[in-house]
Design a protein around this ligand. Sequence first.
Ligand code: MN
Length: 262
Amino acid sequence: MNPEPDAPIPAPQGKQGLRLRCGYGTDRGLRRETNEDSFIAADPVFAVADGMGGHEAGEVASGICVRTLAGIPQLAGGGRDATAGVVQQYLYAADEGIREATGSLAGTTLSGVVVVEQLGVAYWLVLNIGDSRTYRLSHGTLSQVSVDHSEVQELVDAGQITRAQAAVHPRRHVVTRALGSGDETEADFWLLPIEDGDRMLVCSDGLNGELDDDRIARILTSEADPQQAVDELIQAALRSGGRDNVTAIVVDAGLDAGPAAG
Ligand code: MN
């Protein structure tokens, strides 16, 4: 069937003119013997896993986690066909793999974004389990998308402490959900339409434990290049103490407008 002569040209299905640029980095920090963080930054998956366990078991746990994400067939070769349900199935597999490999002595957090497309529209599929974080810088405003699974977040939710008090609370490192340990292995998911100019930050708590949100926002808004933004964030975290492993990924999205009307 031919369209009417003056009918609008339908938007092309699939690629929406999405351009991604990213920077990434990780540092052992100044106090830890090993770096138990792992990350993946390969379109369409940008994620950080913070392993816990000691004796290198944490590295094993976070490594299994990111390799599992890398192996999702719907995402192979830049595919955009994953859904939250698909990703969660692989996270269950990662959870089992970590328990087998470490004798349930280690666990890992996971936070990040998977770029997906549905009906030709591109989305950030944000995922989180534990207390690594995913932030979005949109029109100059930084907001934390993921919600920590931590004891102090529960106290904040209950109105017992403020976010500022949580940041210095002695139990701020206690995670209430993780892969590979504990009873809860469900991730939280958010599906956000990608907007032109979006900048996503994914990081381990070694970053946001050293830098408050205002400091992070100032660096993200003052460094246009994603790799320079990452380098500056990590250096700032080290200068303010570097008490933990620190990992950061910055992903910038550009979205071309549809074909000009005419
Ligand atoms: Mn950490």
